[in-house]
Design a protein around this ligand. Structure first.
Ligand SMILES: [Zn+2]
Length: 450
């Protein structure tokens, strides 16, 4: 069993020649350029063809030459909504997650920075240690730790119904900080480490499940501001957006799955610079369950294990989903065009669109799920350049305005992916990943290599 992605030795000086470059701040492709990587950084971006410079680079630094002809170099993709501790799985068949496999799948697909919105911080610390020391391949990780939800609220309520077994119920019960009162919040904050932000569940899945109390919410937003942490909101319904706005959250990690935001909601989000990640891919995955048909993308098939592929071939083989979760999935499926219109409407209103996949989950694998999200945002009506800009420059600006990643700029982080063709002209080119570098280290990619 070999990993789907591994490092090809240490970071070595690398010269990528004649390559078109995605200018992430503008959303355009220019070039060709010669791009030089050294010591984990992008150290030079020059118009292609200076043969003297090329020769000196190769002779003095012993640089590895990579032919970028006909290809486009992009900054590594950023996914603002992931679950490294989750897995591809179908109802009734809980599989044991492997966060390191997920990290490798993100790297395989050129996703070099992620925001994890549920994995406990102890596990995140273990992942970060191994990835940062170069012993495991994976993205840079921002993380919230366990989300805060009502006892019995989402995702406990949805997971225990989808995986009705003792282990399913146990897993569901331990996924969140279960808070009903201000005291519960204080207790959770002292026992469970807080990450880069605090994630709060505003939703009721399936409908009728317990929702977080105003008392817990008020305590959480108070604690977040005392700790200097932003609050990231899981919203699913239109009323969740109103409640999240009333409590002063910093970002919406979904848009409603069955509604377009009202003009008043959009105006408020725009005025307060509150961004939102539509996560169209995960809502489609939920909707797919309603019909019993899910369709992994081509890139998805490259990262799925044979067992996951077998699971997905008949997603309702283990559980019929004929309960309220099934009814909810049908509702999500029925509102597909509404939420695509909602994403476009938010962008047209001047909303800051974040790109997040909420993967791995159901039929959407890590990494490939973000590529699917890029396609769906285009189906919603955004241009390829807008979508790629959002997934690099836009997401980076949201995460860390001072961060030196998400753009191909001299002195910035050498987190890169190279694709065949020009993804701004031909969106399919985006999925034809040729090479990935993380910290200037080349990633060896083995499709289905596990
Ligand atoms: Zn999520």
């Amino acid at each position: 069993m070999t990993a789907i992605a591994q490092y090809d030795g240490d970071s070595v000086p690398t010269l990528i020649t004649d390559v078109a470059v995605f200018e992430s701040a503008a959303g355009t492709v220019d070039g060709p350029f010669d791009v030089y990587l050294n010591d984990g950084k992008i150290t030079a971006v020059r118009a292609a063809g200076d043969m003297d410079w090329r020769a000196r680079t190769v002779l003095l630094d012993d640089a590895v030459l990579v032919d970028g002809g006909g290809r486009t170099l992009l900054p590594g993709l950023i996914d603002v909504h992931v679950h490294l501790g989750s897995m591809v799985a179908v109802p009734g068949k809980l599989r044991i997650p492997d966060p390191f496999d997920n990290a490798a799948a993100f790297a395989y697909c050129g996703v070099t920075t992620v925001v994890d919105l549920a994995t406990p911080m102890a596990e995140i610390a273990r992942l970060r240690r191994r990835i940062d020391s170069g012993r495991a391949v994976g993205p840079s990780i921002y993380a919230t730790g366990k989300p805060f939800s009502a006892p019995g609220g989402h995702p406990e309520s949805s997971v225990e119904r989808m995986f009705p077994s003792a282990i399913g119920r146990f897993a569901a019960r331990h996924m969140t900080n279960r808070v009903a009162t201000a005291e519960d919040v204080d207790e959770a904050l002292t026992t469970e480490p807080v990450g880069d932000a605090i994630k709060v569940m505003f939703d009721s899945i399936p409908p009728g499940s317990p929702e977080i109390s105003d008392e817990a919410l008020e305590r959480l937003t108070f604690a977040a501001s005392a700790l200097g942490k932003p609050v990231f909101a899981h919203v699913g319904r239109s009323e969740d957006v109103d409640r999240a706005l009333a409590h002063g959250v910093s970002a919406l990690m979904h848009l409603p799955y069955a509604a377009v935001l009202s003009p008043a909601q959009q105006a408020q989000l725009v005025a307060l610079f509150i961004p939102a990640a539509p996560t169209l891919a995960v809502w489609d995955a939920v909707g797919g369950l309603a019909s019993g048909h899910v369709y992994p993308t081509d890139l998805g098939r490259e990262v799925l294990t044979p067992r996951q592929e077998r699971d997905l071939a008949d997603p309702l083989a283990h559980a019929p989903l004929d309960d309220e979760m099934g009814a909810w999935a049908k509702d999500v499926a029925a509102h597909r065009s509404v939420r695509l219109a909602g994403a476009k409407s938010f962008a047209d209103a001047g909303g800051r669109v974040l790109v997040g996949s909420d993967t791995p989950f159901l039929s959407e694998p890590a990494g490939a799920g973000l590529h699917h999200e890029l396609d769906l945002l285009q189906e919603a009506g955004l241009t390829p350049g807008e979508v790629l800009r959002a997934a690099t420059w836009g997401n980076r600006t949201f995460l860390d305005p001072q961060g030196k990643f998400g753009a191909i700029v001299e002195g910035w982080q050498a987190d890169l992916l190279m694709v065949e063709g020009n993804p701004v002209v031909d969106p399919e080119a985006m999925h034809a990943v040729v090479d990935v570098w993380i910290d200037g280290r080349r990633v060896v990619r083995r499709p289905g290599g596990r």
